[in-house]
Every structure is written in structure tokens, then in C-alpha cells.
Design a protein around this ligand. Structure first.
Ligand code: GA4
Length: 323
């Protein structure tokens, strides 16, 4: 049985109104093996900033093996897990998210996505299992980014993918474990516990794979939250803030969150593809086409520094918008 550290946090602090309990059937689904998938990818990034991919080429065994190692790690006694923490910036974390006071009903591991790197002394996973999974997911992310450039009819086709393909890419790999949440009591039937609070991802692209436990939600353009049906053999892709900027707002960095499940534990693994620290991020001239550039140019270092000081739910791009 998995125990999170004694709640120094009041559960009420994590409770939100349960206003979206039904699973949304309209999530854009892109089959990466069909010729027209680039058009569908562009449409999904414009309308939702989010989509699900199938026929992605990542072997199921890679997901299964890493998931089973992760579950083994999270089932260890708390002091053993804490030896791999705190996450500054890599390692094991429990309930506390970031440095600005955010909390959630989860425990997690943050790792450098360069699986060979020394920083991964915190990784409890076998190098081979981690490497198989992360390399295959990165490859898929590069392909999606190239298809997006094609779909937007911009040159060169590696304009986005080169950022996350670079040896110096500042990418992160995260494994989140959400234990079943405690009973909130009958009077709280209309409340949910927040697993990971609402936010957008600062990077270019995020690739998420979870077990079959629901909890992931995205915010639609009209402000309504929808629950995404889980699917352990597919991947879910998020547009990040940096891609929103490079497309001058044409692609939306999707606001998302996770609510804890009352009976089942959820395990998710997310690759966040980020640019090298020195990379300049700005709207691509070919995508501005006579319109105004909506954002000031910044380096990924500047953005990351500002993002890591913010609260999870903040609108981090606000500081970089042109008035
Ligand atoms: C959100 C996306 C990734 O999980 C992450 C998160 C990071 C963290 O957990 O330390 C942040 C969050 C994320 C954005 C704002 C800051 C930083 C927590 C937080 C309050 C690893 C990332 O890169 O940004």
C-alpha cells in the first residue's frame, strides 16, 4: 500500500468543484500512419492545443516495462523514495510542486531526459528501460514537430524539431503517481481532489502516456473543463507555451490539470521537449504574415527562469506579450 507523507496539507486546500465528471468523446485523434495526418495535427493544435496519437511506432513493451519499474519504485517505503529527492531540479518529490507553494495529491520523479546524463543518479530505473522509452518518445515528438511544420507549409521542416533534437535541448522527463484519494466524506460528493493543478507547459511540446486511470482534464477555449478518457496504448500531445509563441498564437498552449481518482491510482510519464537554454524564442516571420507579432523575443533561459518563479496556474506568457 502506498502512503504519501503525512498531510501537512489540508485536503480542503486541494478540493475543487466536480463539474466535469463525464468523459469527453471528441478528443482529436490522429493516426500518424495516414498521409493526411499533418493537416489533422495542425487543426488539433489550433482548436485544442491537444490531441491523441495512434500508430505512433512506440512499442507497447517499452511503456509496460517503464510503468512496471515506476510502480515498483513508488511502492517503496517513503524514506527510501525520499533518498532520491528533493527534486532540485531532478529527483523525487511528494505533494510539493515547484518552488512557489503549489501542492497536489501526487508523488513524482523529475529526470533529465538525456538518459546518459550524470544528473540521472536519482533515476531508480534501469538505464536500458528508461532509454528505450525516452528515445522512442523523443523520435515520435520530432516526427510530429516536422509534420506540423509541413502542415503549416513552413520551411525548413525542422524549424520546430531542431529545438528539441539539439544535444543541448533542455528537456525534462517526469513520472507522476497519483494514489487513490481519501474519502472526502459524503457531504463532499460534489468535490474532487486536485492531483496536479491547472497550468500550461512552458516547453515546446509535451508527450504524455498514462495507465488506464482517468483524471486528466483540459480547458476548452470557452473555459469549460473536459475529462479525457485514458488510453494506455496511445499518447496524448500538448502544445507548450514556446510553440504557441513561435506560431504567433496560432497554436494554443493547452491549460490542463489532473484530478485524483477515488479508487484507482494513476501513473503518467511525460516527456517535455524544450529548447537549448540559449535559444531565442519568437514568432516565426513566415507565420506573422502582415499581422502583428504578439510576443517579445526571449531566450528559453529567460522564460524558464521567470516560469520557475511563478505559481502553477499563472499566465506565464502574459509577461512576454506585446502590448
Ligand atoms: C509544468 C510542466 C513540467 O511538469 C515542469 C513543471 C515545473 C515543476 O514541477 O517544477 C513547474 C511547472 C512545470 C510550471 C511553473 C513552475 C515550474 C512547477 C511550477 C510551479 C517540470 C515544468 O517544466 O514546468
Amino acid at each position: 500500500m502506498v502512503v504519501l507523507s503525512k498531510p501537512a496539507i489540508e485536503l480542503e486546500q486541494l478540493s475543487i468543484a466536480n463539474n466535469c465528471s463525464t468523459l469527453f468523446p471528441g478528443v482529436p485523434l490522429v493516426d500518424l500512419s495516414i498521409p493526411d495526418s499533418k493537416t489533422q495535427l495542425v487543426k488539433a493544435c489550433e482548436e485544442f492545443g491537444f490531441f491523441k496519437v495512434i500508430n505512433h511506432g512506440v512499442p507497447f513493451e517499452y511503456m509496460r516495462d517503464l510503468e512496471s519499474e515506476a510502480l515498483k519504485f513508488f511502492s517503496l517505503p517513503l524514506p527510501d523514495k525520499q533518498r532520491a529527492g528533493p527534486p532540485n531540479p531532478f529527483g523525487y518529490g511528494n505533494k510539493k510542486i515547484g518552488q512557489s507553494g503549489d501542492v497536489g495529491w501526487l508523488e513524482y520523479l523529475l529526470l533529465n531526459s538525456n538518459t546518459e546524463a550524470d544528473f540521472n543518479k536519482f533515476s531508480p530505473f534501469s538505464v536500458c528501460v528508461l532509454k528505450n522509452y525516452v528515445s522512442a518518445v523523443k523520435k515520435m515528438a520530432f516526427e510530429i514537430l516536422e509534420m506540423l511544420a509541413d502542415g503549416l507549409k513552413i520551411q525548413p521542416r525542422n524549424v520546430f524539431s531542431k529545438l528539441v533534437m539539439d544535444e543541448q535541448s533542455d528537456s525534462v522527463f517526469r513520472v507522476n503517481h497519483y494514489p487513490p484519494c481519501p474519502d472526502l466524506g459524503e457531504s463532499n460528493g460534489s468535490r474532487n481532489l486536485i492531483g496536479f493543478g491547472e497550468h500550461t507547459d512552458p516547453q515546446v511540446i509535451s508527450v504524455l502516456r498514462s495507465n488506464n486511470t482517468s483524471g486528466f482534464q483540459i480547458c476548452l477555449k470557452d473555459g469549460n473543463w473536459i475529462s479525457i478518457p485514458p488510453d494506455h496504448s496511445s499518447f496524448f500531445i500538448n502544445v507548450g507555451d514556446s510553440l504557441q509563441v513561435m506560431t504567433n498564437g496560432r497554436f494554443k498552449s493547452v491549460r490542463h490539470r489532473v484530478v485524483a481518482n477515488s479508487s484507482k491510482s494513476r501513473l503518467s510519464m511525460i516527456y517535455f521537449g524544450g529548447p537549448p537554454l540559449s535559444e531565442k524564442i519568437a514568432p516565426l516571420p513566415s507565420l506573422i504574415k502582415g499581422e502583428d507579432s504578439l510576443y517579445k523575443e526571449f531566450t528559453w533561459f529567460e522564460y524558464k527562469k521567470s516560469a520557475y518563479k511563478s505559481r502553477l496556474a499563472d499566465n506565464r506568457l502574459g509577461l512576454f506579450e506585446k502590448i
